[in-house]
Design a protein around this ligand. Sequence first.
Ligand code: HXC
Length: 306
Amino acid sequence: MTLPKSEYVSDTWKDGIFNKKVVFCTGGAGTICSAQVRALVHLGADACIVGRNVEKTEQAAKDIAAVRPGAKVIGIGSVDVRKFDSLKDAVDRCVKELGRIDYVIAGAAGNFLASINQLSVNAFKSVMDIDVLGSYNTLKATLPHLVESAESHRVDSKTCKLAPPEGIRCLVLTDTQVKPSPQGTGGRIIFVSATLHYTGVPFQTHVSVAKAGVDALSNNTALEFGPLGVTSNIIAPGPIANTEGASRLIPEQDLEEVTRGQPLGRFGSVRDIADATVYLFSDAGSYVSGQTLVVDGASWRIASSS
Ligand code: HXC
């Protein structure tokens, strides 16, 4: 069943801006990542989502594909982001079946509440491995395709070798500039991080340390691969309603009080994260790289001011 566009993404965005584009997403069966992919698919993209659980990942792919007639969404289960080869196989399958990868969302993450004392060495390592090593593996496995996608948007300034899409004049560009495109651009990665490590949050040491590493990975990617036309950014969600993260971290009995205590008096929705994703992958986000887009209604500032 196709619901109105506003269920998935803001009406601000034009339909079809991601036509002929392909997004690859880890953790794609999770609440936040599936909403990100759903929005991109609604706006024209095809997608590959990967996860550890086969049934959950395949079902999520079917649900996402239902938002737009003709959408191709592949769910690849049994993929553990901690294992490079498993991820590489998924990337190869994605490119074989959908032809390319223009956008990547590194969203796979692990989390639970535990004090430093309670954490076993293996528990700490598990979260580091899923979040940091998993994000690195995702970047490494998809990078050749991101570079290729970015390259396909370049234009030779003198000859305009790559014909500009209809309606876009051949701008005077240098070899290192990226051509604007009416259908979105390519060669972009978003790492899904958090705000926990800005202040420190009790019982979240493992995740805070891991997300600090993810942020560093994104910032370095922006610098190293910017010259090849690749952009890298972080989305840091705050408290988002009806997500696995929120239900793991906020006890049911505290939910109302925590909600009332938010600067905007409410939690965010998964659509808020989807809209931020669309912005960063759209033409509007072309010159944004090496940044963190915090989508939390100013929530982390409460912690920093108290
Ligand atoms: C203490 C725990 C624990 C807990 C697991 N462990 N849960 N320790 N408290 N609640 C320990 C185990 O005992 C084990 O250590 C080690 O962690 C690894 O556990 P396994 O279950 O063997 O590992 P694995 O199957 O790989 O599971 C990884 C996981 C799990 C991270 C532990 O929770 C997971 O798969 N999570 C993925 C889904 C998820 O977390 N989604 C939420 C994302 S939300 P020992 O020593 O016994 O071997 C999110 C938002 C963050 O990330 C930001 C919020 C604001």
